[in-house]
Design a protein around this ligand. Structure first.
Ligand code: PEP
Ligand code: MG
Length: 545
């Protein structure tokens, strides 16, 4: 048995034969031509066909993986129309009197090297796209078809790299998983794979040749390991793991795509809580209607220096694109209390849970806040991002936040940077915010109740102190009354209110929340389907059985 480690793009277990994806190496010969005009006509014809093919791929991707992911094929169409690219091809044909295949191959190599040498990770990733469009045009010029070399049997596809167009063209019924040696987690191929829900790895140090081709393989998409020729014990363990996943999937299959609606017609949004873009796979697997809480502070906690605007932008953009038009609520950093970050160089505090945390840091140190807001606004051009602010206690704080947002938008306008119109919401996790919720509701688009902190501040019990567990009662009537009050005040102002604290996943309260008119529950991805099941079996018009 050989094992190879890769980076996980999407979880799940796949067991099956390995098929090395043989993208036929394109052999491009340099031949002399007599008539440059005729060659340019050939090039124009191939380009037009490539344009049509990309349009068809766009339509296919649109149906299968959503608009945001399909957009890559529009980008490819734009690249194909790019003046610099076309001038380079035409120049090579005319000045060297060579065939169009050769001119396109040279231009593709030059442009892709240029992109690959850029510092910006996003631009680097575009190198694969230029290569992809060039190979398409060359294939058309050489009169080859567009069929990706797939086997008849479902297989684990192992490839050096996969172009986005190759990923989308794969017949999903024949692909158990795919594993590539190259490719970044941010590449469009990775984003497409996540959305397609196929166990997938990139950056795997696996040989792409006959030593693995046709052999039995196992891909553990969660741990990022590929096993080739697995021994009996590994095979057994993985079969058990796969069976457990299949059982979960069975539940998923029954409920996937179904509405979160009670027997008497009350509906509720079921969203997922995440701490990282790596969690997206489970979000999609569990059919979340959106992301109700992206705890962005984890981006800050997992490192030793401030994440830059660019680093944050890429992550938020990936999340927005992967969720393909579904709402993604990103909470601005909630550092402090139990989430300490040395490089913030915060003063030692007597009582950090009541100290300088979350929005208080952001308002005291607007340069940190503005970096995150710029990243969020830029990413909002790529999906349905909503921004949520933690630990709010007053209307004034919200107004101050809006002033800072105005400054950020002005700065982006001055730079000519595009951004969307994200909804703005606040967390209701302090008793002050509950009591002010009628006023606060006039300022924002939504509320999300953070019951973890709301319970600690309402009951005056440190949520970290296990020795007080017997007193820490999240079902305390004070907390439940507060939730009711917040929902009522939200509705009076025509906005929605959800719960993103752990209480939202408490199945013994699902009916109570529905009765209160809670509009959304944001829970861990694995809780979504079990709660959907409860919602669908609840009848609010009848007494509880
Ligand atoms: C909460 O307080 O309920 C919440 C969702 O935020 P966190 O748990 O991250 O403090
Ligand atoms: Mg909180």
């Amino acid at each position: 048995m050989q094992t190879y480690q890769g980076k996980s793009v999407f979880g799940g277990i796949a067991i099956g034969r390995i098929s090395v994806f043989g993208r036929e190496e394109q052999v491009v010969r340099r031949t002399k031509i007599e008539d440059a005009d005729a060659e340019l006509v050939r090039y124009a014809g191939a380009k037009a066909q490539a344009f049509t093919e990309l349009g068809q791929l766009y339509e296919k991707a649109l149906k299968e993986v959503g608009e945001a992911n399909a957009a890559i094929f529009e980008v490819h169409q734009m690249m194909l129309e790019d003046d610099d690219y076309n001038e380079s091809v035409e120049n090579i044909i005319r000045s060297s009197m060579v065939n169009a295949e050769y001119a396109v191959a040279s231009t593709g190599d030059n442009f892709s090297e240029m992109f690959a040498s850029m510092d910006d990770e996003y631009m680097k990733a575009r190198a694969a796209d230029v290569k992809d469009i060039s190979e398409r045009v060359i294939r058309i010029l050489q009169g080859q078809s567009d069929a990706a070399g797939m086997t008849d049997e479902p297989a684990i596809i192992v490839a050096k790299d996969l172009a986005p167009s190759e990923t989308v063209q794969m017949d999903k019924d024949k692909v158990l998983s795919f594993v590539t040696v190259l490719g970044s987690l941010n590449s469009h191929t990775a984003i497409l794979a996540r959305t397609m829900g196929i166990p997938a790895l990139v950056g795997a140090g696996i040989p792409v040749d006959e030593t693995v081709d046709g052999k039995l393989g196992i891909v553990d998409g969660t741990s990022g390991v590929v096993y080739v020729d697995p021994d009996e014990q590994t095979l057994e363990e993985m079969r058990t793991k796969q069976a457990q996943e299949l059982e979960k999937k069975r539940l998923l299959q029954e409920l996937k795509g179904k509405e979160n609606v009670t027997l008497d017609g009350r509906s509720i949004m079921l969203y997922a809580n995440i701490g990282n873009s790596k969690d997206l796979a489970t979000v999609l697997q569990n059919d979340a209607g959106g992301i109700g809480l992206f705890r962005s502070e984890f981006l800050y906690l997992e490192r030793d220096t401030f994440p830059t605007e660019e680093e944050q932008f890429k992550i938020y953009k990936t999340v927005a694109e992967t969720m393909a038009g579904k709402r993604v609520i990103i909470r601005t950093l909630d550092i402090g209390a139990d989430k300490q970050c040395d490089y913030f160089e915060m003063e030692q505090e007597e009582n950090p849970a009541m100290g300088c945390r979350a929005i208080r840091i952001c308002l005291k140190r607007p340069e940190i806040f503005k970096t995150q807001l710029r990243a969020l606004y830029r990413a909002s051009a790529f999906g349905r991002i909503a921004i949520m602010f933690p630990m709010i206690i007053s209307v004034n704080e919200v107004r101050r936040i809006k002033e800072i947002i105005t400054e950020v938008k002005r700065e982006l306008d001055a730079l000519g940077v595009e951004y969307g119109a994200p909804e703005l919401g606040i967390m209701i996790e302090t008793p002050a915010a509950v009591m002010m919720s009628d006023e606060l509701a006039k300022e924002v688009d939504f509320f999300s109740i953070g019951t973890n902190d709301l319970t600690q501040y309402t009951l005056a019990i440190d949520r970290q102190n296990e020795s007080l567990d017997e007193f820490y009662d999240p079902h305390h009537p004070a907390v439940l009354r507060m939730i009711r009050m917040v929902v009522e005040n939200a509705h009076k102002s025509g906005i929605w209110a959800g719960i993103c604290g752990e209480l939202g996943a408490d199945k013994t309260l699902t009916r109570t929340f529905l009765e209160m008119g809670v509009d959304e529950l944001s829970v861990s991805p694995a809780s979504i389907l079990p709660i959907r099941s409860i919602v669908r079996n609840t009848d609010l018009s009848r007494e509880e059985a």
